[in-house]
Structure formats: structure tokens, C-alpha cells
Design a binder for this molecule. Structure first.
Ligand SMILES: Cc1cc2nc3c(=O)[nH]c(=O)nc-3n(C[C@H](O)[C@H](O)[C@H](O)COP(=O)(O)OP(=O)(O)OC[C@H]3O[C@@H](n4cnc5c(N)ncnc54)[C@H](O)[C@@H]3O)c2cc1C
Length: 494
């Protein structure tokens, strides 16, 4: 079996181009270096690779032909949506084809009675909610990249967003997908009903990072827009207190529509950019949204305010209008680009930890800033315990990226040690592949490899991503024994 990152490929580019030209029109195939360059990375720009070619199919029949051809010629295939991914999932393979779904951008059906929409995978996340809005409905998972990222990418990464705490991740909001296998066979998984017979392959395919099949159609749930939504913004003079307040809200039995946290470096970066009205004196702010009927919202806001006060919040402000609510969120949603304005480069991490350990993680990050000599701003999907430390670095400075990478790896490994996970929503991709060796045991990784093999025996779909080879884990295990201290000694080594 040749799967994942131990596979070697040697592809004859001109032979491949000749075969693809048999069924792809000129406008659907890019093979010159200047045309390939825009596809060399996704949102994780530190990792880059030029593909051999980029295919931009317009029909499912073309997707099938591309995959069949790649299968016959043993050519790796990397599916691509908008390229906003933050783990290098859509980074090309040097011997491979990038299969862009950008032209699959049609909303095929909005059914307000069944409360669902059927869309092509290249449709932007926000466009689904815009199409559903006239019916008083929307698509709940809302990554901060929603103006650009696509449903195909959301399915492949099981993306989350501010509203996922209450309404669930992509996996909870997708009813059915249509997929083309590497052999060019089409299959549909899921149904419009609440359950389907057999194994839950839909949950398996969602979050599979383009490694099991190429999605060509997605059926999503739509939910009614709440009558009212309001945001409570609370300031804390201590990040640990803010972290504890998050755990206290959930412990009080409240599931807010959104519960986000930003530390002082993050609000300082955001405020001049968005003018969201954040308290710049606070060490951390929490944004907590209540939605529902006006009575439900009033009740939840009263309960949240009581918990926040008890937890030591200073200023507490409730959005007084829809414009103000959107402004509070605009700051949080623009946190990444805002940090991008104050540093030449930043590296966004994505670990998840139990909520009650947020304060411990934050103190550890402060110590890591000193250790690596780099600044870090923190934004969190706090209700989910999902961290997004934004490590600031400068590629122009020798060693700066290496320090940022080591800083990031330490955060991820600490996430595991605190009882959490190396990823909350951005996927593993190429970025966290080493930390998969820390998160999982050999038998668990072997099970992943066998699942991959069941869908893609020759390992052509997105090789080198998400599931590490045992060889890689052995190498990584060796690299991480410092001063004779074996990290995580309870984990099996190979
Ligand atoms: C500013 C910013 C904010 C972000 N905020 C969030 C956030 O709040 N929550 C969150 O979860 N993510 C967030 N992200 C990450 C990113 O937007 C998501 O992972 C998104 O789902 C990627 O979608 P995309 O269309 O850009 O996919 P791409 O980056 O193009 O691809 C992502 C993965 O999906 C695979 N893929 C794409 N299309 C298909 C398909 N049709 N079939 C099979 N596989 C496919 C690719 O091979 C790759 O592995 C953010 C990114 C940025 C830049």
C-alpha cells in the first residue's frame, strides 16, 4: 500500500497534459508556471509547492475524467476550494494535479419547506445564507472566512465558526454529499431524512481533508433566523479570570449562540482596523451572544451578566442595536487580517483544550513568547475551548519562521497534554502532521491508514497530508527527545 507521505511519484508532465487536453477545453487547464503560481499555497503561506497542472473543470463529467486519468497514470490529486485553508490542506503536490472546484459555484436549490439547500462545492459559505435570507433562514456554520471559503472546503475541513457552539459544526449541518472517487465513480452519502441505514459514512467523509473523494454537491440544513440576537461584551483585568468565566457560563447550563474571547494584543490590533468599540484597557474581553425570542434573549442576557459579574468582569456592555452587534462581531471576525497589519507574517494555531484549562494554556503561551522571542495575540472560540494563537514572525529575519514553527508545535503538544486536541477546525493538512504522532497511538494511526486505503488504495488523493506514515512518526519521536527526557512517555513509540 502506498498511502500518505511515504509515497513517491514520477509523473511525465507532457504526457499528462496531452491526456487531459483530450477532454478539457483550453480554459480549463493551466500548465505554465505563471498560471500555476497563484495555486502554490493556501492560507498557510509558509508552506508552498508548485503543482504540475491546475484543472478547472466545469462539469461533473470532467471531474470524473480527470480523476480516472490521474488514477490510470498514478498522478496525485489535490482538490481545492477557495484556498483559505490554514493547515496547508490544499497545498499542491509537486508531481500532482490541483483540481479546483472554483467553477462549481451554483446554488442548485433552496427548499424553504424542507429547510435545506443543495449547492455545488465551489459556492461560498456566506452565499448560502444570502440565498436563504428571503425565506427567513440561514446556514449556521460561519467560519470567519465565510465571505470567501467554499462549502467543499468546509465539508473537507469540518469547519466551525462563532455560531457552532449552539448550532453545531459542518458535520451537524450537512445532510448529504455527492462524491467522486479516485477511480471516477460517483456515490452519494446521507439523505434528507434524519437518519440513513448503514455506517455513518457522512461523518467519516466530513473532515476527511480531500483524502477520500472529491465532493461535487452538498445538501445543507437551513435554520430559522432568530427573532433577536444581542451580544454581551465583558472586560476582564486578568486573562485567567476571563478563561474561568467561559467555563462558568457553560457550567451554569447556558449554551450561548457564540462565546468568543480576545486578549489585549488581539484587541489592540483589531480596534484601529475595525473600530469595534473594544475596551483597550482590558487584559481580555469576552463576547457572548444570546439569540431567540425577545423574552429568551432578555432572560439569557440577565443570567450571563450575573455569571460574568460573579466571575470578576469589569465593564459589561450589551449591544443596543443590530448595527452595534454586528460591529462587535466584525472586530472578532477581522482579527486575523488585523494582526496581519501589524506584523510581516503570522502563524495561526488551532489547538483545542478543555475549557477549564484555558487559563493554564494562556500562562504557558506567555512563557513561550519569551522562550521563542516572538509576540502572540490570542483569539478563541472560547466556548468550544478552541484556541487560535496568532504567532507573529518575519520571514525576512533568519530563523524567525523556524522559531514560530517550534512555538506552534509546543502549543499543539501542550494542548494534547492538557487533555485536548491538535485541531479544532482547521484540519491537520501538512501543518500538524507531526503532531498526529503525538495525538494518536500506532494502532489508531494504522486504522486511519486502512480507512484511507479502503477509499483510495493507491494513495493518490492528497498524499502527504493529515495521516502520517509510521516512518514519519518514528523520525518525529526521535527528533523530540530533548536532554534525554522523552516527552509523553505513556505514548507508544515505533
Ligand atoms: C481569515 C481566515 C479566517 C478563518 N476562520 C475560520 C473559522 O472561523 N473557522 C474555520 O473552521 N476555519 C476558518 N478558516 C480556515 C478556512 O477558511 C476553512 O478551513 C475553510 O473551510 C476552507 O475552505 P476553502 O474553500 O478555502 O478550502 P481550501 O483551502 O481550498 O481546501 C481546504 C481542504 O479542503 C479540500 N477540498 C476543497 N474542496 C474540496 C472538494 N470539493 N472535495 C474534497 N476536498 C475538497 C482541500 O483538498 C483541502 O484539503 C479561516 C481562514 C482564514 C484565512
Amino acid at each position: 500500500m502506498t498511502t500518505t507521505d511515504d509515497a513517491a511519484f514520477a509523473v511525465d508532465k507532457s504526457g499528462l497534459v496531452r491526456r487531459l487536453r483530450l477532454f478539457l477545453p483550453e480554459r480549463c487547464l493551466l500548465a505554465e508556471e505563471e498560471d500555476l503560481r497563484p495555486y502554490e499555497c493556501d492560507g498557510l503561506t509558509a508552506y508552498r509547492e508548485l503543482p504540475l497542472v491546475v484543472c478547472l473543470p466545469e462539469t461533473e463529467a470532467q471531474v470524473i475524467d480527470i480523476l480516472r486519468t490521474c488514477h490510470q497514470l498514478a498522478v496525485p490529486v489535490v482538490a481545492r476550494g477557495a484556498g483559505t485553508g490554514l493547515s496547508g490542506g490544499a497545498m499542491p503536490h509537486a508531481q500532482g494535479v490541483v483540481l479546483s472546484l472554483a467553477r462549481f459555484n451554483k446554488i442548485l436549490r433552496v427548499d424553504p419547506l424542507a429547510r435545506l439547500a443543495v449547492v455545488q462545492p465551489g459556492v461560498r459559505n456566506l452565499a448560502v445564507s444570502e440565498a436563504a435570507a428571503p425565506h427567513g433562514l440561514y446556514y449556521a456554520p460561519d467560519p470567519s472566512s465565510q465571505i470567501a471559503c467554499t462549502l467543499g472546503g468546509n465539508v473537507a475541513e469540518n469547519s466551525g465558526g462563532v455560531h457552532c457552539l449552539k448550532y453545531g459544526l459542518t458535520v451537524h449541518n450537512v445532510l448529504r454529499i455527492r462524491v467522486v472517487s479516485i477511480e471516477g465513480e460517483v456515490f452519494e452519502i446521507g439523505s434528507e431524512g434524519p437518519d440513513a441505514p448503514g455506517y455513518d459514512l457522512l461523518a467519516l467523509l466530513i473532515g476527511s481533508e480531500g483524502m477520500l473523494g472529491v465532493v461535487t454537491e452538498v445538501t445543507v440544513k437551513l435554520v430559522p433566523k432568530p427573532e433577536l440576537a444581542q451580544v454581551v461584551m465583558a472586560s476582564f483585568n486578568d486573562v485567567a479570570k476571563a478563561g474561568d468565566a467561559v467555563a462558568a457560563i457553560i457550567a451554569a447550563g447556558i449554551i450561548p449562540a457564540g462565546l468568543e474571547m480576545m486578549d489585549k494584543p488581539a484587541t489592540a490590533a483589531v480596534e484601529p482596523f475595525v473600530k469595534a468599540g473594544y475596551d483597550l484597557e482590558a487584559e481580555a474581553i469576552l463576547l457572548c451572544e444570546a439569540d431567540g425570542t425577545p423574552e429568551e434573549v432578555a432572560d439569557e442576557i440577565a443570567r450571563v451578566t450575573a455569571v460574568l459579574t460573579q466571575a470578576g468582569a469589569g465593564n459589561i456592555k450589551v449591544s443596543g442595536s443590530e448595527a452595534e452587534r454586528l460591529r462587535f462581531w466584525a472586530g472578532r471576525k477581522a482579527a486575523f487580517p488585523a494582526v496581519g497589519r501589524i506584523t510581516p507574517d503570522y502563524y495561526c494555531m488551532d489547538g483545542t483544550i478543555p475549557r477549564k484549562r484555558l487559563a493554564e494554556m494562556l500562562s504557558a503561551i506567555v512563557a513561550m513568547e519569551k522562550k521563542y522571542g516572538l509576540r502572540c495575540a490570542n483569539v478563541f472560540h472560547a466556548g468550544d475551548g478552541n484556541l487560535h494563537p496568532l504567532i507573529m514572525y518575519d520571514t525576512a529575519q533568519p530563523g524567525s519562521w523556524e522559531r514560530a514553527e517550534a512555538f506552534g508545535a509546543e502549543i499543539l503538544e501542550l494542548s494534547v497534554a492538557l487533555g485536548g486536541s491538535i485541531t479544532g477546525e482547521h484540519g491537520v493538512g501538512v501543518e500538524k502532521i507531526n503532531q498526529m504522532c503525538v495525538q494518536y497511538t500506532t494502532p489508531e494511526l494504522d486504522a486511519f491508514r486502512r480507512i484511507k486505503s479502503a477509499f483510495d488504495e493507491t494513495g493518490l488523493l492528497n498524499p502527504g497530508k493529515a495521516v502520517p506514515s509510521l516512518h514519519r512518526c518514528a523520525e518525529y519521536g526521535r527528533m523530540h527527545v530533548h536532554h534525554g527526557d522523552l516527552k509523553f512517555p505513556e505514548l507508544e513509540r515505533f
